[in-house]
Design a protein around this ligand. Sequence first.
Ligand code: SAH
Ligand code: SF4
Length: 350
Amino acid sequence: MTDLKPLIYDLRQEDLTDWAARNGQPAYRAQQVWKAIYQRFIQSADEITTLPKDLRETLTESFDFVALDPVRSLESADGQTVKTLFKLRDGQFIEAVLMYYDERRTLCISSQSGCGMGCTFCATGQMGFRRNLSSGEIIAQVLYYARLLAESDEQVTNIVMMGMGEPFHNFDNVMAALNRLNDPEAFGLGARRITLSTVGLIPKIRQFADLNTQYNLAISLHSVDNDLRASMMPVSKKYTVDKLLEACRYYVEKTNRRITFEYALIDGVNDSTAAAEALAKAIRGMICHVNLIPLNPTRGFAKNGTRADQVSAFAQVLERHHIPVTVRMRRGIEIGAGCGQLATEVENGG
Ligand code: SAH
Ligand code: SF4
């Protein structure tokens, strides 16, 4: 992307202040620009009408203010889920989803275009890895929806990094993005309203634990039987279930925060009551929460989601073991809101 201008959302506040100083501008000008980006969600320098015209021109010449081109948007029949496919400046695709849950406005955003982890049941995994997103490209997804919601006097209330990509495979850019989204001087969303989800990259889980942030952490577990898990999630060949759970215990001890386990229920694969018993046993005593979600069918994986009665039976086993459990509905399934599904359709000419 060498021929592209720097993306304004890639800058830290101090970078913008330095840029202003180098261009003979007082620091308060940088402040005005910063606030316009993160609190008014402007998408061009010309929208910052409080700036002198020549400064607006210099900004326009120096930076790109548009990171994402919304190519296609789909709304679920109930209007509660809106999924958008974006084209990045170099032509790669990502997706982000806005979900309306009661008073919440939750964004599900991407950390990479594609993903290199190869989970067999996942549409993004089936695409393969394209590239990491920069911190600014991650932030731009949030600002896009913040601007949209602001039109009806609404706000983004929660962010989950559960779109395309493995956030811990792009650790530095993801943390830089979250820090600006959290920073009261920038976007200012509370850390407890931000959730990271990982396939289980153990060294990064430990590194994340040591940072001791207030962000929530979710682990995509899906099975505690390592052979089964590795057959669906190649990462488990290297980072086995035992070692993964050890790292999870380290995280909980270090941060004193509850960890979430994501468990996609696949009909006849990992959804038996025996599998539920094994799960309960494996995570016993940990401060945790289990999120059950019936598998969202994808083109490249010939299995179905577990039926409602077996989902309940699985949940009941966990409840008997006093493990907090929630069942996530398959929201927006008809619009392919499962991660990566829209991008794969577009690339396949759908
Ligand atoms: N790479 C990260 C975050 C993005 S995936 C991770 O794997 O955790 C977000 C969640 O969607 C993960 O829990 C993932 O396992 C789950 N997921 C992927 N494909 C799915 C599908 N077809 N049905 C249900 N959940 C799926
Ligand atoms: Fe990547 Fe997560 Fe999909 Fe696995 S589930 S392929 S880690 S995006």
